[in-house]
Design a protein around this ligand. Structure first.
Ligand code: ADP
Ligand code: ZN
Length: 437
């Protein structure tokens, strides 16, 4: 690797020891800064600690956790650590799981955020010669402006197409020579479907080369499907508004885990029940402390996202830790007949079948006091309407699902286009209609 392979070579290739020293310095500064917020003052008092107690990186475990509920209870400005006059932007989460939460930024915070996103985009091979199109919603959703400023920082020509209007989206891709596209995975599949309908061949008629996909859980199988369909390399992008938005963790060109920028974050993986760290490399809840934010630093923020740290060195030369593909949130986990199941496990099996499209819906219901799981999945256009072949396919899908999730779901093949996936929002994969008693 040469220096030009990195956007910020000094920090990206910093040694593990170098990163740790930087983290400790920034952590101590952040903790002192948090004392400007009555919320953290109170939490510190309750725990009987002061900023001076943070002497080593392991002391992060002495700090209080911060949860989504804390943000909601102190909505909107209760966690600010600077006067309101120093804040220049407010974002809020997309509210997938309830009331939105608010995050404030100073000018410097925005600058740091843009740097993080630029680093990610550079890492996956974007350069100033590229044309970058963003199909995320602009506005409160952080993936709009977040990617916008990062792509400008790289120096690419940017096309802020925003969400929806797929035909126009495709026209822009063709007319402006878009080579790097950001799209949430369900929408990337939708773009491909519409290209097919419109007779557009992404390999011949577009310059698409790199796709950044994230904001919702997706399986390796879905990534591969997107890569084959669109003739691109697709990279996993993890973002969360409470930390800033996109730019938190991103895959490098090895496509093996997402580097999390440790000069920005201290990473912990905890057991969500005991709140203790899990042994190295085990699955648990991602907890993040942001150590370079002014307006609203958050200590030990419980993301509710489940992942693990990949062991070993990455050949790309970056020592920043790698997160395994995100499994989903702890609240996405379905418990059925005592078995824990994630939608991503089901997706992985479904996308192994070429006959199926990428759209599916899982419904949970109680029938005669039994929990039943029904999976509707669209068949792809080119496939047959021969009844016996469809039934045989249903049986094979059911068999493979049972092997993976240990219960037998009802599988229903439905025609292409019958499951509505929004152009603008994250895909809804699960409908839980069960009675809660
Ligand atoms: P909301 O919580 O309302 O969806 P955000 O827009 O901040 O608000 O979304 C952040 C969440 O999106 C993360 O906590 C995570 O659950 C999910 N997410 C983001 N990126 C990914 C990814 N690459 N893989 C899986 N899930 C992701
Ligand atoms: Zn790497």
């Amino acid at each position: 690797m040469s220096y030009s392979d990195y956007f910020n070579p000094e920090v990206e290739t910093l040694s593990v020891e170098g990163l740790k020293a930087l983290q400790l310095e920034r952590l101590q500064k952040t903790v002192r800064h948090c004392m400007n917020s009555p919320f953290y003052q109170k939490k510190f008092q309750e725990l009987g600690i002061t900023p001076e107690d943070i002497k080593t990186l392991d002391d992060v475990q002495k700090l209080p956790f911060t949860s989504k509920e804390d943000l909601r209870e102190n909505y909107p400005f209760g966690l600010a650590c600077v006067p309101m006059k120093d804040c220049v932007r407010l974002h809020s989460s997309s509210g997938t799981t309830g009331n939105p939460t608010v995050v404030l930024h100073t000018q410097k915070d925005l600058e740091e955020w843009a740097n993080a996103v630029a680093r990610c985009l550079w890492m996956v091979g974007s350069r100033p010669e590229d044309v970058f199109q963003n199909s995320a919603g602009y506005g409160m959703f952080t993936a709009g402006l977040g990617f916008q400023y990062g792509a400008e920082k790289v120096g690419m020509l940017t096309v802020p197409a925003a969400a929806g209007n797929t035909i126009r989206q495709i026209k822009f891709i063709k007319d402006f020579g878009t080579s790097v596209l950001h799209a949430i995975p369900s929408y990337a599949s939708r773009i491909y479907e519409v290209m097919k309908e419109e007779g557009v061949d992404p390999r011949k008629d577009t310059k698409l080369r790199v796709l950044c996909i994230g904001a919702e859980p997706h399986s390796e199988e879905q990534r591969q499907r997107i890569e084959q369909n669109l003739g691109v390399k697709a990279y996993n992008s993890y973002g969360i508004s409470e930390m800033m938005g996109p730019g938190v963790a991103f895959e490098c060109q090895e496509q093996n885990g997402l580097h999390i920028w440790e000069d920005y974050f201290i990473v912990e993986i905890i057991d969500p029940v005991t709140l203790k760290p899990v042994p190295d490399g085990e699955l648990g809840e991602l907890v993040l402390t942001i150590i370079n934010r002014e307006a609203m630093p958050l200590l030990r923020y419980r993301t509710r996202d489940l992942t693990r740290i990949l062991p070993g060195e990455c050949p790309c030369g970056r020592h920043h830790k790698r997160l395994a593909r995100l499994q989903g949130r702890s609240d996405d986990m379905m418990i059925l007949k005592g078995v824990n199941i994630f939608p991503i496990q089901i997706e992985k099996i479904l996308l192994g079948f070429k006959e199926l499209s990428t759209d599916y819906l899982i419904t949970l219901e109680t029938v005669d006091s039994n929990d039943i799981m029904t999976i509707e999945v669209e068949i792809s256009q080119m496939f047959t309407d021969d009844y016996s072949r469809l039934k045989a396919l249903e049986r094979e899908i059911t068999r493979q699902l049972k092997d993976e999730i240990l219960i037998t779901p009802r599988v229903k093949l439905v025609p292409k286009g019958s499951l509505v996936v929004s152009d603008e929002k994250k895909a809804v994969r699960v409908k839980d209609l069960r009675k809660l008693f």
